[in-house]
Design a binder for this molecule. Sequence first.
Ligand code: ADP
Ligand code: MG
Length: 319
Amino acid sequence: MPLSEFQLIARYFSGLTAVGPTEGVVLGIGDDAAILRLPPGEDLVVSIDTLVSGVHFPASLSPRAIGHRALAVNLSDLAAMGARPMWFTLALTLPDANEPWLAGFAEGLGQLAHRAGIALVGGDTTRGPLSITIQVHGVATPDAALRRDGARLGDELWVTGRPGLAALGLRLLQSGARENDPACAAFLWPEPRVAMGRALLGLATAAIDVSDGLLADAGHIAERSGCGVEIDAACLPLEAELAVLSREDALALCLTGGDDYELCFTAPATAAALIESAAENLGLPCRRIGRVVEGSGARCAGFRPARTGFQHFGASIDA
Ligand code: ADP
Ligand code: MG
């Protein structure tokens, strides 16, 4: 007998209310709406992202990786704001109630939720082509959150992790590489930089998470801050896996690859030592890759984007 919607929620999702701290959950799954109580004096930080099968991830992706990804891309937005994750809701559209699929999806989702300390407090379940929407709710001290619009002339530009690695991983997966290859793992298991985002409060002047490619996303900081951003190709982390590619190919992946979910941010030079030690404490690579300059847009000297860039799965309609 196929699972009813209520059985499905009870079996796979009700348990996820308790994976995080139940802080502020006055009423969770089971009623017409959740009731959530903000910590006194804190602002609510909200973001939503939809993943459509075949558009935002390959239809062949394992259910566990899909569950992880759906929450990871949302947590990455909270990370970019320096917010503390609290609660999330899940709108799931499924072609059928496939139990092995649901079990894998709930496992991937639940493991990341547990690590991030974020509780599932409600959602919606419908039938149709596979699509997953998650809305995350975080909190931040008033006026402290990181935004895209605070970069100042003379600030340094930084990036965490290894931008381009995930795009290389997707390319390798599509040509049959093993999932435990480091580049493939970077695509399959993006790690939202929540702790780093919070460590950057009071240090960074502007921040964004890199989902559509480093150059494009650094360009959003430039645009919102009313300045230009210059990336220094010689400072980009093109070593290890990317080093086997031609320099041109490695640069293209690093600057335009997408699906990185790293943080790109600006900070005054006086904050550099504190940023380096925060990243080191978290075991997270983090580098200065350029600076905020006069003008507009983001550019990288010596790199001209190819006319026909490849399509990555994180491409959005307006990309
Ligand atoms: P309603 O008919 O009032 O919209 P539903 O029958 O859709 O309520 O949902 C019943 C309860 O189950 C609600 O508390 C809702 O938040 C929760 N819920 C539904 N789908 C999901 C899901 N995919 N994940 C988590 N909670 C869900
Ligand atoms: Mg209702």
